[in-house]
Design a protein around this ligand. Structure first.
Ligand code: NCD
Length: 309
């Protein structure tokens, strides 16, 4: 599963079902929708939100979970079992798999061997479709549409799989003349990959690039902030050049529109989002966490056939 694989209609369907799932994600109602179903979470990379979010989504819909969050160390991959075989074997135990891996392409590799749906929970620096979908869900709740909005993509645009997924999903929206406009804000060397820029342009989206957030923040409807992805740099020294490149503070937020949405997949480090911003009504990053449960509930319900796609 990749963000690029979703059609506009499919994205809309996920968001529709996610809306129905909200009372369960918010712990206001209980559900047995996925009773008897089992999810495996196979994580080869650290995670706090994404893994717990998938697991919470399954448990709160009445299903069960098996989990390994140290696959690199404690699974048979350590004995050099292929991802394909791992996928085939785990499929014998469960109904659906959620997987994260540091190497791009690994989710597809495991999915090749799997006989149950494999949900991509982060594929190296390439893709993070469920995060992208929950970001769209969050934006949709505020604006009710995606076209015609100006999106500021801020931070490590080269390595942020979240930003890549957002682009793949947002490009579908808006009729001609009302397409999303992207302002890419990155330090030199961490720009959005050329391939993604090309795709966005081909879809009719406009793109501008700058390294100065302060100059453009006033134009944004959505500010999508991301961490400098430390673990993707070849050396610590290389990362240090970019550490703390951007910092969202209350002072900066004063220059932003009154109706703006500030999203961030978290974690936050090195002052990328000052805690003083948390109480700003435009800051949606903690709400995104609950939205993520609703979106993952929707995805599992859809792939497990309890909802029509
Ligand atoms: C993101 C990730 O893992 O790509 N986190 C998440 O899923 N909430 C973003 C990040 O780590 O910067």
């Amino acid at each position: 599963m990749s963000a690029a694989q979703f059609s506009k209609r499919e994205i809309e369907r996920v968001l529709e079902v996610a809306k129905q799932m909200e009372p369960f994600a918010r712990k206001e109602k209980t559900s047995d929708l996925l009773k008897g179903k089992v999810l495996a979470t196979l994580f080869f990379e650290p995670s706090t939100r994404t893994r717990f979010s998938f697991e919470t989504a399954m448990l709160r819909l009445g299903g069960k979970v098996i989990s390994n969050y140290m696959m690199m160390e404690t699974s048979s991959v350590k004995k050099r079992e292929t991802l394909q075989d791992t996928g085939r074997v785990v499929s014998a135990f469960v109904d659906v798999i959620a997987m994260r891996h540091p190497v791009a392409g690994s989710v597809a590799e495991l999915a090749q061997g799997a006989t149950v749906p494999v949900l991509n929970a982060g594929d190296g620096p390439a893709d993070h479709p469920t995060q992208g979908l929950l970001d769209l869900f969050t934006i949709h709740k505020e604006f009710g549409h995606f076209g015609g909005l100006t999106y500021g993509l801020v931070g490590d645009l080269k390595n942020s799989r979240v930003v890549h997924a957002q682009c793949e999903l947002l490009k579908h929206f808006g009729p001609t003349g009302f397409k999303p406009a992207f302002i890419c804000v990155a330090p030199r060397g961490l720009e959005l990959p050329a391939m993604i820029k090309k795709e966005l342009k081909e879809m009719g989206c406009s793109i501008r690039e700058t390294d100065n957030l302060e100059k453009v923040i006033g134009e944004l409807d959505v500010l999508s902030n991301t961490r400098i992805q430390e673990e993707r740099f070849a050396t610590k020294k290389e990362f240090e050049k970019f550490r703390g490149a951007y910092s969202i503070s209350q002072k900066l937020m004063k220059k932003a529109k009154k109706k703006m949405v500030l999203i961030d997949p978290l974690p936050r480090v090195d002052g990328q989002l000052k805690t003083e911003v948390d109480s700003d009504p435009r800051a949606k990053y903690f709400e995104q966490v609950t939205n993520g449960v609703a979106v993952r509930m929707a995805l599992m319900a859809l792939v497990l056939g309890t909802h029509e796609a």
